[in-house]
Design a protein around this ligand. Sequence first.
Ligand code: WT7
Length: 649
Amino acid sequence: MDKSSINEDVDPVYPIAERMLGDHKANVEDIVKYEEMWESSINTPDIFFGDLARELLSWTKPFERVQQGSFHEGDIAWFLEGELNACYNCVDRYALETPDKIAIIHEGDEPENVRKITYGELLQEVCRLSNVLKSMDVHKGDKVIIYMPMIPEAVVAMLACARIGAVHSVVFAGFSSDSLRDRIEDCGAHVVLTSDEGRRGGKNIATKLIVDEAIKGTTTTTSTVRHVLVYRRTGSDVPWTENRDLWWHDEMAKARPYCPLTTMSSEDPLFLLYTSGSTGTPKGIVHTTAGYLIGAASTVKYVFDYQPGDIHACMADIGWITGHTYIVYGPLALGATTVLFESTPTYPDPSRFWKMVEKHKVTQFYTAPTAIRALRRLGDKWLEGIDLSSLRVIGSVGEPINPEAWEWYNAQIGKGECAVVDTYWQTETGSIIISPLPGVTPTKPGSATLPFFGIKPVILDPQTGAELEGNDVTGVLAISQPWPSMARTVYNNHHRYLETYLNPYKGFYFTGDGASRDKDGYIWIRGRVDDVINVSGHRLSTSEIESALIHHESVAEAAVVGGHDDLTGQCIHAFTTLKPNVEISEGLEKELSLQVRKVIGPFATPKRIYVVSDLPKTRSGKIMRRILRKIVNKEHDDLGDISTLADPS
Ligand code: WT7
């Protein structure tokens, strides 16, 4: 990110959001109360989280021990001996109490297509699908892949898995068939849930076709998919494999609308979600039932200041952790009404978000800095005449938000009266870990401010690993004690979990981000310090893009680095050299770009591809990406130490 635009010397200037002081009482009264609660969450976590877990969740068997394990051993567990079911907590208990309350507002791709689903209806749909899954021989612990557009059935699918103890792995429907195949193979799923097509921004997306391609490519020894259940979304003709493919509506019609709950232990996995790391293939991050739900529910309660009657709108896709936690599990665990948005911020025009806020009287609105920057750039005329007064909390997530975008969001969307929450977290943390609390934490534009309950952030010296105490320090961000919603392992690869998160700095969880703590103790996230790049809030691994490029027949070597981009935060610059005797042909760059789209997905398309005669390497042959990074970011004068280059020219 552009560090020059950060001014940490500012005093906290946006004290308390006005709308939090009116009729809507904040869940935490003031900053003193926050400090007290935070201290107790850190010093006596067993009492703090024990109470919270009893308050927010319903248990079929109470837990006996609040937590066990350490970062040294990598054996974290919470709420031991406890039993509960996530679906019961998100659906049944509200369906029993308030069956007519709206659980999901689906804002379809076309603004006039709105579907509202009550808790009572949601329970029936979930039960039917649970029975369908059982009829397809899905059992507790089995993996189920969900490759679906943003429709209520995708949420039903997640909850149906949770109900019967199956472990869902939602794959973002923008991933290519190759990426989908990798994930199916890694988790060994027998069942894939999809739709005939998706609809986004007026265009059709060939989800079923991509699933077919993915399965076709699975090698016979690992091909495990027995059934593909297909929801009819657009009604277009799709290829069909008899016996394997089943229509959603046919199977649902046969299924009984009640399905008993499978009892789960606190530490039974709830879902896997694949995410990119700095090396190798994507990792299946494992989240478990109770700890994850506590993180999800408690952050909706405190960070979004959830009050009964609120309409919670998170604009993420359910294929990412943000969608899991802040569209599905967090809001539903509190019995809230959650908005599911199928379209894009600019379809049919850039007033889409704001008209939606007005139409549904949204109280909490959550999106990514990229969207905020893009809409700001398109001009304020798209806001004219739209009533945004229902909003109380507006959130940002996914990448650092630059102060200019923060100011615009605060002034134009929040009208200076809402709480702006810049929320920092990761797929691995399960829920928000650093963020202001509405009506409580004085904010500074560009800073995620202070830790959530149970989170003890530390800044470490990247070289020595020594903790940098006090304020006004910069280093890498780590967390010094376990919290309930943290990932427990990498699926089938606990070694990789330890190596990535717990072994780099012994006794700490390492985030992979650089950060500063300013003079007031506020945290400023600096971005990734590993080979992960963040494009529009999408996390990508440079090595994955490199390996996609190397699979092209003409490419000898590839090096991918992140460049700065005003709109998307970072963008992908790819450098390639060609195999001997291969000439640069017209259209080669286009071909290479298509190659990346094919292997990963359209969102990973490089902004620039350079075909070069040589890459900067050390004498031992290692590509010096640091130098390429400086070149793309136009820091030519400051290439650093290049004395180890094999050919400095
Ligand atoms: C990475 C995690 C879980 C949120 C969606 C992305 C970056 C996330 C912020 C923020 C600065 C942020 C970090 C982090 N990030 N939120 N508020 N300010 N950076 O989840 O795909 O797991 O990516 O996103 O670099 O490590 P993810």
